[in-house]
Design a protein around this ligand. Structure first.
Ligand code: GLN
Length: 274
């Protein structure tokens, strides 16, 4: 058996890999050895042939363009550690801003909230983490995605209602105080759908007809019937869709319509009050 230390091996792999950064290799090594970063650097353990084989196969997946989050089945979102796999979109930092905006606008009075198309549960679970008296529902059309959200609910010791449904179809009138969604919004012919990263993600979480606006419009329309008086809707959208999404909010009777930028300074969310 050929042994070498983890840190020496990380250096070797980083130098020989075409498009894996040292950080990627470190994270893959931590995953294989089940160590935290401080443990890796403090102990610099010996690794064996099996460890080397495992890490090489993970590097290969990463080099094929698979998101690191899928390779290590993990993604941090705000203050949650989320399990992720190919059944759910990898939660994005943009979406963290939408959660922050909701928290900034609503104090800890009880509210009924739904996260539509929850995927990994990122939005609903992080709201639940920071507002533990809100009644939060996470819904998704995909049973496989709901399994992931459930896993994350349990591992983060949170309690939300998990519902299998197509947007708001199975709900009654005047029910929610806050509706939030990061729906699919890319055009079906957007070439980025086939790029590294996105090509590994579930297409139903990415793409929507009518120039990417079909699901957004459905959500806005239904939300106008299901929000309580003065209830609020928050929707993530593409960086070139802000005008159209604002018009749809207007069309379905929303007021106080606001556009919020992401960290790149791109218009990324729309919010409105009924
Ligand atoms: N924000 C994703 C992207 O980077 C798209 C996710 C979505 O459609 N909600 O393209």
């Amino acid at each position: 058996m050929h042994e070498s230390s983890a840190l020496t091996h990380i250096r070797k792999l980083t130098n020989s890999s075409v498009n894996c950064s040292q950080l990627d290799v470190e994270l893959l090594m931590m995953h294989v050895l089940k160590l935290k970063k401080n443990e890796l650097y403090r102990d610099n353990p010996q690794i064996n042939d099996q460890n080397k084989k495992d890490i090489l196969s993970l590097i290969k997946r990463r080099e094929d363009g698979e998101p690191l989050a899928y390779v290590i089945n993990e993604k941090g979102f705000r203050n949650l550690e989320l399990y992720v796999d190919r059944n759910v979109l990898v939660p994005r930092p943009e979406t963290e801003i939408m959660v922050q905006t909701i928290l900034d606008n609503f104090d800890s009075k009880p509210h009924n909230v739904i996260d539509l198309g929850t995927g990994s549960g990122a939005i609903g679970l992080s709201l639940s983490k920071e507002r533990n008296n809100w009644d939060i529902t996470c819904s998704d059309i995909s049973i496989e995605a709901l399994k992931v959200a459930k896993k994350n609910m349990i591992s983060n010791s949170l309690k939300v209602n998990l519902v299998n449904g197509n947007w708001l179809e199975s709900f009654q009138r005047d029910y929610f105080d806050i509706i939030v969604s990061n729906p699919p919004y890319l055009c079906p012919n957007d070439p980025s759908v086939h790029s590294d990263g996105l090509k590994h993600e579930p297409i139903i979480a990415l793409v929507s007809e009518s120039e990417g606006l079909k699901d957004i419009e459905k959500i806005i329309n239904k939300s106008s019937k299901l929000l309580t008086r003065k209830g609020c809707l928050f929707i993530e959208h593409g960086n070139n869709q802000s005008k159209q999404v604002c018009s749809l909010f207007k069309k379905y009777g929303f007021s106080e319509i606001a556009t919020i930028e992401d960290l790149n300074g791109d218009n990324r969310f729309c919010s409105g009050r009924l």
